[in-house]
Ligand binder design. Structure first.
Ligand code: ADP
Ligand code: MG
Length: 569
């Protein structure tokens, strides 16, 4: 038997990294800007400790395209590297200088916002470039260095004459990746990934219109000024303290996130926790409009202000994926499959934290301004009802504020509902019977008939409420929900048994037999008592079990908003 050691050499790993490390080639820019940001934040940190050899100032990161030379440049004014550091940090693939820095400055730097940690990001440059150069000067008093590599394991490293501290990365873009020399494409990428990164990022210049002086003539043309095109907002709302923000700041930030969204959000939830995991963010309940774009305007996931994805499946509970906003957490493992993610302990905690915060916010809105909460109910009910169905923890909390509107325009909580109907609406087994309608127009005559008998009728028209009612029926004792147009209504013990029909008994009998001739009796029941109603001379009902069967067939298996199947009940 022979044993041995498999020899993993950089030679055979390197092409793999280039090809497969990231399926998405465009992220190379995010990685380089993350490194430039880290380099700047490190200098800021050293400067705060009095360990920097240069003045920190107001650094920016600049991105430039040179179409003539087919190059893309990322230039920072950060910490820079000495020749030895290039050897160490760049030539040793998978050695992370970011991680080393964080270890060295453990306590003081844990909130510095430094992004890197795998020591692989830099090499993503070779996904789009056949040659990469680094020209870098450390903040330490040492000569600058120039590193050149053509995508093999060979490189050159020599002195350079760069005077200012910081680093310039030069990518010689591949022929087949020329899109990354187009300004529009780069602008698009910068906006997608770097819109909220903490150091200002400059990409070219733009013309800005100056305000007209107060005494300007009516036909005066406003003057323009050429200014830096800064593509990011380095201090997005979610990084601030809730106490420093007003309602209008939250609304403005919503617009920043979703520039094409003109409806204001209904309300927001500011997330902010640093133990046992780190997470900040702002979630918004959107107004449900027919033109809302659930596919496009989604919750965005960031890590240290770098955009990662807008697929938050597995991180945010499914019923909250209809919300909008931002979640920023360095503690979410990303280079793993979604199913692994769902099993991850930290992620589970994050998910239940978010659920709890949303429930608490709804509770406080309900407590503080019930009237307003009722007004918003129509827009938020689907999220709440879906949450009650799919998350037991949420169900427990939501029971206190979930509302059941009546056809009269009142809104009851479950408790109030019990108070209001228990006395008056029971069947012979003593079950409380809650009548409900799902379509006010179609079921109008039934609603009127029930009201005439002194019953309250709920108006529940959301697409999933029938599932919720089943859940309530099974989790509560002695309660049943009955559709107002089903024959169960007859089984209620009526408070007021007085007949007000103008027809004699013979006339009623005749009417009934006439109808029975044309209506199949195995499918429908003719309800004579309905003639008590002023609104309806006669009511034909469908047995409850038939109706449920039909409804099951219609809704069975179908998901909601493409969010997968309904939870099992
Ligand atoms: P990570 O960022 O995960 O540490 P990278 O492969 O992206 O790994 O970068 C490797 C290391 O190279 C960094 O940790 C850093 O020490 C160094 N580096 C990369 N880019 C720069 C830069 N612009 N300025 C200074 N150092 C840099
Ligand atoms: Mg990096």
């Amino acid at each position: 038997m022979a044993t041995g050691k498999i020899n993993v050499s950089v030679e055979n790993i390197f092409p793999l990294i280039k090809k497969f490390l990231y399926s998405d080639h465009e992220i190379f820019l995010r990685e380089l800007i993350s490194n430039a940001t880290d380099a700047t934040l490190k200098l800021k940190h050293l400067s705060s400790l009095g360990e920097a050899n240069v003045h920190y100032g107001n650094p920016v990161i600049e991105v430039k395209v040179n179409k003539e030379n087919n190059t893309l440049h990322v230039i920072d004014q950060g910490i820079g590297m000495t020749k030895e550091e290039v050897e160490k940090y760049i030539n040793e693939v998978a050695f992370s200088g970011a991680e080393e820095f964080l270890n060295k400055y453990k306590d003081s730097a844990k909130d510095s916002g430094i992004i890197g940690h795998f020591g692989l990001g830099f090499y993503s440059a070779f996904m789009v470039a056949n040659k990469v150069e680094i020209i870098t000067k450390s903040h330490k008093d040492e000569p600058a260095a120039h590193w050149i590599c053509e995508g093999t394991t060979e490189f050159t490293l020599e002195d350079a004459d760069k005077k200012e501290h910081g680093t310039e990365i030069i990518l010689h873009i591949n022929d087949e990746d020329k899109e990354f020399l187009e300004e529009n494409r780069i602008q698009e990428l910068l906006v997608k990934y770097n819109k909220f990164m903490p150091i200002p990022i400059k990409f070219g210049t733009k013309e800005e219109t100056l305000p007209l002086p107060e005494d300007a003539k009516e036909d005066a043309k406003p003057e323009t000024e050429t200014v830096d095109n800064i593509i990011n907002n380095p201090n997005p709302a979610w990084t601030k303290q809730p106490t420093d923000l007003e309602e209008k700041d939250y609304n403005e930030f919503y617009r920043e996130l979703y520039p094409m969204q003109f409806e204001e959000p209904l309300f927001h939830i500011h997330l902010n926790v640093d133990y046992p995991f780190n997470l900040t963010g702002i979630l918004y309940f959107p107004r449900m409009t027919s033109d809302m774009n659930i596919q496009k305007d989604k919750i965005q996931l960031y890590q240290n202000q770098v955009f990662v994805t807008d697929n938050v499946e597995g991180i945010v509970p499914e019923f909250l994926t209809m919300l909008r906003g931002v979640i920023d957490s360095p503690d979410i493992p990303l280079n793993v499959s979604r199913s692994y993610l769902q099993a991850d302990g930290a992620v589970k905690k994050i998910s239940s934290y978010i659920t709890r915060k949303v429930a608490d916010k709804l509770k406080s809105l309900f407590n503080n301004n019930r009237e307003d909460f009722e007004k918003k109910w129509n827009d938020i009910k689907i999220v709440i009802e879906y949450g009650m169905l799919s998350e037991d923890k949420f169900f427990e909390k939501a029971e206190k504020f979930a509302l059941y509107p009546t056809t009269e325009g009142d809104y009851y909580t479950f408790e109030e509902l019990e108070e209001n109907i228990k006395e008056n609406q029971t069947d012979k087994d003593g079950n409380m019977v809650v009548l409900y309608a799902s379509n006010e127009n179609e079921q109008h005559s039934y609603i009127e008939a029930a009201k005439d008998k002194g019953y309250k009728v709920l108006l529940l028209d959301s697409p999933i409420v029938s599932h919720l009612l089943q859940k309530l029926e099974t989790s509560k004792e002695k309660i049943s929900f009955v559709r107002v147009d089903s024959d169960h209504v007859d089984n209620l013990i009526k408070k007021n048994d007085e007949k007000i029909s103008k027809l004699s008994d013979e006339e009623k009998e005749k009417l009934k037999t006439d109808f029975e001739k044309v209506i199949p009796s195995e499918k429908y029941t003719i309800q004579m008592e309905a003639m008590d109603s002023n609104a309806a001379p006669l009511i034909i009902t469908q047995p409850e079990f038939m109706r449920r069967m039909k409804e099951m067939q219609q809704t069975g298996g179908g998901g909601m908003f493409g969010m997968g199947n309904m939870p099992e009940m």
